[in-house]
Design a protein around this ligand. Structure first.
Ligand code: TYM
Length: 326
């Protein structure tokens, strides 16, 4: 059995990019692996959060994990700040990483561009993420493409520590899906779909109403040549819609292109809207039930206990290998 770990930031507006790139994998992997899924609240405070909203979003993400099919009987679901090992290991790894490698992270470069000074937490974000992963002797990390560089630096740090000290960490692999690993914004297919974009029609949130879903897809940016074909360079908008269609329907992009040969964008978008609406119906229904249930917090308390048992063992090994304590 392999160990799987992944996390989602509780920053609201969880969208179909998060689902198709990551959450879908969470469900698939739990059948044959030991899975640990975290709500990474400490990552979310790298940018200022409203405390009340943050607490709400933490429970929202927990409920969404279950709404999409993560089963707390099979997988561990917990909140990052409930297990102190994350912060503890993060410091140890900070001492094993370099400002040069952190400066090369595109996410940091994007978020700090044009600013003389940026929050330290944004800079060290990848180290906390490496701590999340290494704390659980993780083999597989299911994520979207945007996390590739973060997985790479995690691997580099793990290998570096293993060389310098006794073999301490399992070196993890990222797991990326073909269709869905990078869902682009509907209003601008050159940038990825994001939770924080101002335009609500740039994304489809998992809890969006049917009318909103249709509106966002119908008004999505395409091009003027009218042909439905996959071409990331020339037709990024249509290609993005084809990817979403493929990920939700299970049909290959080639099959979809053949199916819509000679059709206009309008018909294609309408059917994509229907497929998307249908895929989200059960998620919304499950979410509303789970979010209101008394069980939710107990599941997180139990998850944190189970996660902590694993984390404590790793921290003992880390301290022994580094010579910390006595
Ligand atoms: P976050 O919260 O931004 O996103 C959660 C997951 O969704 C994926 N994702 C996407 N996939 C496809 N298309 C998109 N447009 C898209 N946008 C987001 C992300 O790749 C991610 O898998 N740093 C992480 C959270 C994290 C983590 C971890 C993940 C913290 N520690 C340890 C794995 C392991 C993040 O910001 O995810």
């Amino acid at each position: 059995m392999k160990r799987v770990f992944s996390g989602v930031q509780p920053t609201g507006n969880i969208h179909i990019g998060n689902y198709l790139g990551a959450l879908r994998q969470f469900v698939e992997l739990q059948e044959e692996n030991e899975c640990i899924y975290c709500i990474v609240d400490m990552h979310s405070i790298t940018v200022p959060q409203d405390p009340k909203e943050l607490r709400k979003h933490i429970l929202d993400v927990a409920a969404l994990y279950m709404a999409v099919g993560v089963d707390p009987k099979k997988s561990i679901i917990f909140v990052q700040s409930d297990v102190s090992g994350h912060a503890e290991l993060s410091w140890v790894l900070t001492c094993c990483s370099y400002t040069g490698e952190l400066s090369r992270m595109t996410q940091f470069k994007d978020k700090s561009r044009g600013k003389e000074s940026a929050p330290t937490g944004l800079f060290t974000y990848p180290i906390l993420m490496a701590a999340d992963i290494l704390l659980y002797d993780t083999d597989i990390v299911p994520v979207g493409n945007d996390q590739k560089q973060h997985i790479e630096i995690c691997r580099d740090i793990a290998i570096r520590v293993n060389h310098k000290y006794k073999n301490t960490f399992v070196v993890p692999d990222g797991r990326f899906l073909k269709a869905g690993a990078r869902i682009m914004a509907l209003d601008d297919p050159t940038s990825k779909m994001s939770k924080s974009a101002e335009n609500i029609h740039s994304r489809i949130s998992l809890l969006d109403e049917e009318g909103k879903i249709k509106k966002s897809i119908m008004r999505s940016t395409t091009d003027s040549d009218g042909e439905i074909r996959f071409d990331l360079e020339e037709k990024p908008g249509v290609s993005n819609l084809l990817n979403i269609y493929s990920a939700f329907s299970g049909e290959s992009v080639d099959e979809i292109v053949v199916k819509y040969a000679g059709c206009g964008y309008g018909d294609f978008k309408k059917e994509l809207a229907t497929i998307t609406q249908e895929a989200l119906v059960p998620i919304k229904k499950n979410f509303n039930e789970i979010r209101q249930s008394e069980e939710l917090k107990n599941i997180l308390i139990n998850g944190a206990e189970r996660a902590n048992t694993i984390a404590e063992k790793t921290m003992k090994r880390v301290k022994d290998n580094f010579g910390l304590g006595f």
